[in-house]
Design a protein around this ligand. Structure first.
Ligand code: AMP
Ligand code: MN
Ligand code: MN
Ligand code: MN
Length: 276
C-alpha cells in the first residue's frame, strides 16, 4: 500500500466549473506537493486524457475521475467515479444522457431567472463556461457581471442555492442509477462530501445505507479543510458501513484558499483508503 502518499481525489478544471485548464491544474497540483491526483469534473471526462498525459510528463500519479450529479429523496447528491475507463462506450453514452439533462436544466434555470427579471442568463452562462459544461457557478458569474448580485455567494443565496428558483434537480438520475453507471465503466463509486448536505445524522445514515445498498464502494472522509471532529465522525461512518475512504480538496479556484490542492490533513490510520 502507498497510503503515505499525498493524494487529492476531488478536483475541477475549466471543463466544468473550475478556473484552471487541465494542464494548469496538474502543474499546480504538482507544485502543491500532490503525489496522486484525480480530475473529477462535473458530469464530464473531457479533461481527463489531457490531465493524465500531463501528470505522466510531470511525474505524478493520476487516477481517472468524474463527479456525477444525482438525486436521492429530493436532495442533490454528488457521486465521484474513480478509476473509470474513460473510453468505455457505456460511459460515453451515459455522459451524453447526463449532458442533455444538464442542458435541459440550464434552459429551465434560464426561464425561471427570466421571470425574476434576469434576462439572457443561459447565453451569458454558456459564454462564461467557454465550451465546458454549464453549471450554476457560471450563472452566478453572469449575474455578478450584470450587476444583479454583488457576489457569487449572494447569487446562490438569492437565486441558485437550495430551494431557490434556480435550484433545479429533478432532471438528475437517481443515486442508484449513477452508481450503476460508474460500475459499468469499471470505476469505484465514492459518495462525495457527505458533510455538505446539511442532513441530520439520522438522514445521513439513511443516505449512506441507500448508497451502500446500491453497491457504493467508498465515501469522502475528507473534503477540503474541515474540523478534526468531522473527519473522525466520517471515518467512523465509513468503517461502520464498510466503505473505503477517499479524500479530496474539491479544488475549483486558486483564489479560494480553503480548497487548496492536497491541502488537507491525512486520513485517519484506521481508514481503508481507496486504491491508487
Ligand atoms: P451544478 O453542478 O450546476 O449543480 O453546480 C454546482 C456547483 O456550484 C458546485 O459544485 C459548487 O462548485 C458550486 N456551488 C454550490 N453551492 C455554492 C455556493 N453556495 N456558493 C458558491 N458555489 C456554490
Ligand atoms: Mn463545482
Ligand atoms: Mn460536489
Ligand atoms: Mn466537486
Amino acid at each position: 500500500m502507498n497510503e503515505h502518499k499525498v493524494i487529492d481525489f476531488h478536483t475541477h478544471s475549466s471543463e466544468s466549473d473550475g478556473i484552471l485548464n487541465p494542464i494548469a491544474l496538474v502543474s499546480r497540483a504538482k507544485a502543491c506537493g500532490v503525489e496522486v491526483l484525480a480530475l473529477t469534473d462535473h458530469d464530464t471526462v473531457a479533461g481527463v486524457a489531457v490531465a493524465r498525459e500531463q501528470a505522466h510528463k510531470e511525474g505524478i500519479g493520476f487516477v481517472t475521475g468524474i463527479e456525477f450529479s444525482s438525486v436521492w429523496e429530493g436532495v442533490n447528491i454528488h457521486v465521484i467515479g474513480l478509476h473509470i475507463d474513460i473510453e468505455h462506450p457505456a460511459l460515453k453514452n451515459n455522459i451524453e444522457i447526463q449532458g442533455k439533462a444538464r442542458q435541459e436544466r440550464a434552459q429551465l434555470i434560464d426561464q425561471r431567472l427570466e421571470k425574476l427579471g434576469i434576462k439572457g442568463a443561459l447565453a451569458g452562462a454558456t459564454s462564461i463556461a467557454g465550451g465546458g459544461i454549464v453549471a450554476r457557478p457560471h450563472f452566478a458569474e453572469f449575474m455578478l457581471q450584470q450587476g444583479h448580485v454583488t457576489s457569487i455567494e449572494s447569487a446562490f443565496k438569492k437565486y441558485l442555492g437550495d430551494g431557490k428558483a434556480g435550484d433545479v434537480k429533478h432532471l438528475w438520475p437517481e443515486l442508484t442509477t449513477i452508481v450503476k453507471w460508474i460500475h459499468e465503466a469499471r470505476g469505484l463509486a465514492v459518495l462525495a462530501h457527505p458533510n455538505r448536505y446539511k442532513m441530520t445524522n439520522a438522514k445521513l445514515r439513511r443516505l449512506i445505507t441507500a448508497f451502500k445498498a446500491s453497491g457504493g464502494d467508498a465515501m469522502e472522509v475528507i473534503s477540503g479543510q474541515q474540523e478534526q471532529k468531522v473527519t473522525s465522525y466520517l471515518a467512523d461512518l465509513a468503517n461502520f458501513y464498510e466503505l473505503q475512504a477517499s479524500a479530496g480538496s474539491d479544488f475549483h479556484d486558486p483564489n479560494s484558499p480553503w480548497q487548496s490542492l492536497g491541502g488537507f490533513g491525512k486520513l485517519p490510520a484506521h481508514c481503508r483508503v481507496v486504491s491508487y
